[in-house]
Design a protein around this ligand. Structure first.
Ligand code: UGA
Length: 433
């Protein structure tokens, strides 16, 4: 099939490349000339494991092209995906200006029947507005359908999530569009994973509801972790015990320093906004967000309670990205922690295997190190913010010899408290004794 992806951000580039890899012809269209010229040279705008190699391979085999030429891209394609950003406005509402601008471009350049696919995360009702925008901008009347096909890719595991998704959701009103989309995902169906077809509005809601539910599970456990600390219980054991209940399941129950990234924080806020917009109560959504904001500031408070005089102390940070296997620092809890400690006069030494460049745009007043052990040399304490694999196995003796004080704050509950204490560390984690 011939496909155009409008927007070469995370979703567009990853999804487009995966579709090309399945044998489709994919045109990735963007208005950002620099980005397109970089992509044509094989330079990707973000890090995603395995993606660069897949882009190279499919570009070489001419199934994947990058362009700023909207007329050519749209007129030559059967299916057009809208994969542009939907940032948060100040009040939490999703800002859809890029989505409508893409719809306008499609309308202006359409020459024959097209299936237009909303893949960007958009509030319920957006497909109707996309349809209206296209109708308005069409120079001549051409038939089209707008469908909703939300993405469920996790950063760091996006290729695998595309090839082996838990499900594919297609919201379409016309039988023709439904059939085109099901055909597009035929190879996924062969993996035994379900393709769910439904009405457009349900599909739009499935996306937000899924992210909000996952965020709710994390906030639930984070709130509970405070009680665990007070009464001497272990939040990891509580999660394990809960997770064996098949009605609950084990995933997304890890307490930590709060969820970050470009999706959960934004989508929970947008869900709350939409509920209020339709005069519905948004108490639960607001609380999910509120608990998370509290949790993002919790670790810095814990550090301050253990080290009352932060001024002049050197604190090592392991991990800056909002989670492992990505260089993304959007809404990363490490930002809250570092800012709070800097404000109190601490000196920060930080290490992240991938996110250093991203971090350099956020913090200039911190020292960036090239390996974990160099980071903790001379430190009064270490805070683990991201659970990268390279932090899992520790040379504890080396650590003790390098640190000024063997004091560790584990924001992701990676280490065993007893083992750490037996090794001579003063050790603090989340929701454990
Ligand atoms: C999330 C969803 O998992 C994807 O299904 C969805 O497609 C994507 O948002 C999106 O809407 O585009 P992502 O933001 O890449 O994916 O990251 P997750 O792996 O879901 O993690 C989000 C945050 O939750 C991270 O900060 C992570 O550290 C935190 N988390 C996750 C916890 O604190 N505890 C957990 O148990 C799990």
């Amino acid at each position: 099939m011939k496909i155009t992806m409008i927007g070469t951000g995370y979703v567009g580039l990853t999804t487009g490349t995966c579709f090309a890899n399945l044998g489709n012809t994919v045109i990735c269209l963007d208005i950002d000339e620099k980005r397109i010229s970089n992509l044509n040279k094989g330079v990707l705008p973000f890090y995603e494991p395995g993606l660069k190699e897949m882009v190279e391979q499919n570009t070489k085999e001419k199934r994947l092209v990058f362009t700023t030429d909207a007329k050519k891209a749209i007129s030559e394609s059967d299916i057009i995906f809208i994969t542009v950003g939907t940032p948060s406005s100040d009040d939490g509402e999703a800002d859809l200006k890029y989505v409508f601008s893409a719809a306008d471009t499609i309308g202006k350049n359409m020459n024959s029947y097209k299936v237009i696919v909303d893949k960007s995360t958009v509030p319920v009702g957006t497909a109707d507005k996309v349809k209206a925008t296209i109708l308005k901008s069409q120079a001549k009347k051409v038939d089209f359908d707008v469908v909703s096909n939300p993405e469920f890719l996790r950063e760091g595991q996006a290729i695998n999530d595309f090839m082996m998704p838990d499900r594919v959701v297609i919201g379409a009103e016309s039988e023709n569009a439904k059939e085109v989309m099901v055909r597009l995902y035929k190879s996924i169906e062969r993996t035994g994973k379900p393709i769910i077809t439904c009405d457009v509005k349900s599909a739009e809601l499935i996306k937000y509801a899924s992210n909000a539910m996952l965020a709710a599970r994390i906030s639930f456990m984070n709130e509970l972790s405070h009680l665990c600390e007070k009464v001497g219980a272990d939040v990891k054991m509580v999660a394990k015990g809960m997770g064996y209940d098949t009605r609950i399941g084990p995933r997304f129950l890890q307490a930590g320093i709060g969820y970050g990234g470009s999706c959960f924080p934004k989508d929970v806020k947008a869900m709350a906004f939409t509920l209020k917009q339709y005069d519905c109560s948004a108490k639960l959504m607001d609380s999910i967000d509120e608990v998370n904001e509290m949790q993002k500031n919790y670790m810095a408070k814990k550090v301050e309670s253990v080290i009352p005089q932060i001024k002049g102390k050197t604190i090592g940070i392991w991990g800056l990205a909002f989670k492992p296997r990505t260089d993304d620092m959007r809404e990363a809890p490490s930002i809250n922690i570092i800012n709070s400690l800097l404000k109190k006069g601490a000196k920060i030494k930080a290490f992240d295997p991938i996110a250093k460049e991203t971090a350099q745009k956020i913090f200039t007043g911190i020292e960036y190190c090239e390996d974990p052990y160099e980071t903790i040399r001379g430190c009064d304490a270490l805070i683990l913010c991201t659970e990268w694999d390279e932090f899992r196995e520790l040379d504890k003796e080396k650590m003790k010899s390098l640190m000024k004080k063997p004091l560790i704050f584990d924001g992701r509950n990676v280490y065993d408290p007893l083992e750490m204490r037996q090794a001579g560390f003063e050790y603090y984690s989340i929701g454990r004794k």
